[in-house]
Design a protein around this ligand. Structure first.
Ligand code: ACM
Ligand code: ZN
Length: 664
């Protein structure tokens, strides 16, 4: 009957078939609940995976009789009210919220309770008991209850995480006992809203997505050479001038957050137990600010808000006391807007050229007995650090703040590998670990795929156990030079799933294949949340080996069930042609275009590899400076391996060297 119904419905019924239609609908209505309940055996799949869990037979059903029991506590009331409102939105029924004492004789209930003395769970831990007619969620702190609610959301059917009212549906979750808490207290994501301005609603959406995955920190990159994004009352030109750069086709490009926008976003994050760490870059990456106020540079300008990507020599003048007054006034307003304990001041990638040639900066160095410009940078950061300390805030900086002496109490964020984390932890400073090797989600999937992120251990191997305690956790960094808002999802997801798991519950025995299977199930939630996730890995990798005056080229599928199609004539490959089966030989330079298909659908974009055959092919030139670990390009032989790099210096084919003097 069900088939008949769909068949008739599909074909479009003639008017005289109304009786038939009604009959079919009636049968469908009668059959549906049984079918749905049968089809929706609840699955236990939570990302990040809980620390300890045990499954039991049976399921709890959230239904119109379900009552939520909660003690008198404002924060808990807020959490369960939002949950209950969401239940109403997707199910059509709204669970009543009632006081926990005296215990209502509810047959089917979710009880939320705080146990202040249960210090085992820590601030964000929780225990969750799911039985046939009751769910008991317990934590020491409301943050733990909020994290536990996210587990409930993931245990319920994926449709629960959509926005539409779904009916009919059995809202069931598997019986289980969970005791869960995070391994690391710092679990974050950096969102660069400076290279590309992101709308307020988009930032809030990311806060929701972070919350759903139990992250607790949004590192909000708000100032850059290419745009200043935070309204500062005392210096209006920072946004009237600094927030806008010349757009490619004429006009201007940019935007900024008003003070009210920021307050709104901070409050939104707070209700989701996410702390926002604002990053105000200094002394470098500051050209947008200097375009607005050139008097705080070494030369006096004039400057324009930068339109290219990279590292630029226009930085704040360290010899000018008024620079510090300017920055402290800005930071005072930032502190007013962000109640959290941390302010990130950047400190990365500061070319010293202007300071080397600035009489004021040179005088400062003499007066302060500083031996070089690295010490001048340390002076700069320490002076800002002292100001932040006087306002009760802790300074965070990228690992360059180690150069020339570290500011007291500073937290170091290690990005150029793990060395900064090791050095700072050995000095007894807290560290956040987000190395380019695993945590840079602006990098192509070729360089950092899901498996690579899952292999990330936030604790550097070189730390002894008593030093490892300084590792607060890690972050994934979404820099947006090449990622406007519309592409952010595809870069962050699914890689962030691996990141949240290693930060929440770094598994001693990691099994990527099992994790990969869980990710496939998790996509059903992401679909409901409207996430446009990208690839898990580059579908096809290409290798080329020099052999008999040419390159033997192999195309390797990186995932299961992929068919590969390729061309050498510049045309786009299609599934009409014969699929790739064995390696082929290239004796002339060529562009290989490859496209993968999964389940008869294109998987990812056409990949283009330019292979250069020339006189140095197959030989191994030496270099007299060591290759930068950040840009190995594949190591020895990279310059003659046939592969041409693209314009993206992070494409894995760029080889960089470093002469130790800030020149690359
Ligand atoms: C950085 O990626 N420059 C911190
Ligand atoms: Zn100067």
């Amino acid at each position: 009957l069900l088939c008949l119904y769909f068949l008739l419905w599909d074909q479009g019924l003639p008017d005289q078939s109304n009786i038939m239609r009604t009959l079919a609908k009636l049968c469908l209505f009668l059959l549906m609940p049984g079918l749905v309940i049968h089809a929706q055996t609840p699955v236990f799949n939570v990302i990040p995976q809980p620390d300890q869990y045990k499954l039991y037979p049976g399921a709890f059903e959230l239904n119109p009789q379900t009552v939520i029991l909660v003690p008198e506590n404002e924060q808990l009331h807020h959490i369960v009210k939002e949950f209950s409102a969401h239940v109403k939105q997707v199910t059509g029924f709204e669970p009543a919220i009632t006081d926990i004492t005296p215990l209502a004789p509810a047959i089917n209930f979710i009880m939320v309770t705080l146990h202040d003395s249960d210090t085992m769970l820590g601030k964000e831990g929780y225990s969750l008991l799911v039985e046939k007619n009751r769910v008991i969620l317990m934590a020491q702190h409301p943050a733990g209850i909020f994290r536990g609610i996210q587990t409930i959301r993931q245990l319920l059917p994926p449709q629960f995480n959509g926005k539409q009212c779904v009916s009919p549906q059995a809202w069931r979750m598997p019986c289980a006992k969970i005791i869960d808490k995070p391994r690391f207290p710092w679990r974050g994501m950096l969102l660069d809203c400076s290279r590309h301005f992101m709308e307020k609603a988009f930032v809030k959406r990311y806060i929701d997505l972070l919350a759903f995955h139990k992250m607790n920190t949004l590192h909000w990159h708000l100032t850059e050479d290419q745009g200043w994004r935070i309204e500062i009352e005392k210096y209006p030109r920072l946004t009237s001038v600094g927030a806008w750069r010349k757009a490619d086709g004429g006009g201007r490009y940019g935007g900024f957050y008003t003070r009210d926008d920021i307050r709104e976003i901070v409050a939104y994050a707070k209700r989701r137990y996410i702390n926002i760490v604002p990053e105000i870059e200094l002394p470098g990456h500051s050209q947008a600010a200097l375009a607005a106020y050139p008097e705080y540079s070494c030369t006096g300008g004039p400057f324009e808000v930068q339109t290219e990507w990279g590292v630029f020599k226009e930085i704040y003048c360290a010899g000018n006391d008024s620079t510090f007054v300017f920055l402290e006034n800005i930071l005072a307003e930032v502190i007013d807007l962000f109640p959290g304990p941390y302010i990130h001041i950047g400190g990365d990638e500061v070319p010293k050229y202007r300071w080397e040639h600035c009489p004021k900066c040179q005088t400062r160095m003499k007066q302060e007995g500083l031996k070089d410009e690295h010490e001048l940078q340390a002076y700069f950061i320490k002076r800002i650090g002292a100001f932040l300390t006087s306002r009760g805030k802790t300074l965070i900086g990228w690992d360059e703040i180690l150069e020339g002496g570290l500011a007291e109490g500073a937290i170091v964020q290690s990005w150029r590998g793990f060395d900064g984390a090791v050095e700072a932890a050995k000095m007894g400073h807290p560290v956040i670990v987000s190395p380019t090797s695993h945590a840079y989600f602006d990098y192509d999937i070729k360089a950092i795929d899901l498996e690579k992120v899952y292999s990330f251990d936030p604790i550097p191997a070189d730390l002894k156990p008593d030093e490892a305690k300084w590792v607060l956790g890690g972050e994934c960094n979404m820099w947006t030079e090449r990622a406007p808002q519309s592409t952010v999802d595809s870069k962050v997801f699914p890689r962030i799933l691996a990141m949240v798991e290693v930060l929440w519950n770094y598994p001693e025995k990691r099994d990527f294949e099992k994790f990969y299977d869980r990710v496939q199930l998790h996509y059903r939630h992401l679909d409901q949340l409207g996430v446009s996730y990208g690839l898990e890995a580059i579908p096809v990798s290409m290798s080329a080996q020099w052999e008999a005056a040419g390159f033997k080229v192999a195309l390797d599928p990186r995932l299961e069930n992929l068919q590969i199609y390729y061309t050498l004539d510049g045309d786009s490959p299609t599934a009409e042609q014969a699929p790739y089966r064995t390696p082929f030989h290239l004796q002339q330079s060529a562009t290989v275009k490859a496209l993968a298909y999964k389940n008869n659908k294109a998987y990812g974009d056409v990949m283009e590899y330019r292979i250069a055959v020339h006189k140095a092919s197959g030989r191994f030139p030496g270099t007299n400076v060591p290759v930068s670990p950040n840009y190995t390009g594949g190591g020895k032989g990279a310059l003659t391996d046939g592969f041409r790099g693209s314009l993206d210096f992070r494409d894995g084919h760029w080889q960089g060297d470093h002469d130790g003097n800030d020149r690359c």
